[in-house]
Ligand binder design. Structure first.
Ligand code: SF4
Length: 217
């Protein structure tokens, strides 16, 4: 199977199995998505979703968050991992958007990564979800599942994975593709013991053929 055929097969499978994949983070607008993605670093979406409604009610926009006090924000996110750093990131992000970007969240990766708490992955999520830009956010699930399925070859860093995926995934499917791999990695192709028995990609999965099937035998 060529790489092109592999991508076509995987895309066809997910189009059928998950036609409308979405982030599991709850948000209503760009500001809320940015805050939720910053908070989700090394934390589950479920836990972030438990705390963002109160945060958004108290601080509904960039100006209110920029004017917030550290202790008040900390109190609202203290059950999320790394609350101190994330509080600093949220306050710094809001202040920088106010002071450097006229209060508008910028919509290029180069500008977004200047904001505290925003790395390349977050910038790719924001620009692809909000603005449909063909930017592939690579998290641990995307990195692992891509490699197992043979969609990436010897990629050693998230950036290498991103570059390889972006070559093959049609521009209009980049956003979906990111979510397909995240959801597949979160619920089926899990890190320690992938649930290959319930995975429809088994027939084309090199990891299953080379590693898992041999363990079963
Ligand atoms: S067959 Fe197994 S290893 Fe391959 S994608 Fe499916 S769950 Fe992951």
């Amino acid at each position: 199977m060529t790489r092109k055929q592999r991508f076509e097969h995987v895309i066809a499978y997910f189009e059928e199995a998950m036609p409308d994949p979405e982030t599991e983070l709850l948000y209503d607008n760009t500001y809320q998505l940015l805050v939720a993605v910053i908070l989700s670093a090394q934390c589950t979406d479920k836990r972030v979703n438990m705390h963002t409604p109160a945060l958004f009610e108290r601080y509904p926009d960039i100006p209110s968050l920029a004017a917030a006090q550290y202790d008040d924000v900390f109190d609202l996110v203290k059950s999320i991992s790394f609350p101190g750093n994330k509080t600093r990131h949220l306050l710094g992000m809001a202040k920088m958007v106010q002071e450097n970007f006229g209060g508008e969240i910028p919509m290029t990766v180069d500008e977004l990564v200047k904001l505290p708490g925003v790395g390349r992955k977050t910038a790719n999520v924001i620009t692809s979800v909000v603005d449909n830009q063909p930017n592939m956010a690579v998290d641990t699930h995307v990195f692992r599942v891509s490699a197992r399925l043979g969609l990436t070859v010897r990629a050693k860093t998230p950036l290498e994975t991103e570059k390889q995926l972006i070559k093959w995934v049609p521009r209009d499917l980049v956003y979906k593709f990111h979510h397909w791999l995240i959801l597949h990695g979160r619920y089926v192709c899990v890190a320690r013991k992938p649930k290959c028995g319930e995975c429809g990609l088994r027939p084309v999965c090199p990891y299953f053929q080379k590693v898992v099937s041999k363990q079963v035998c």
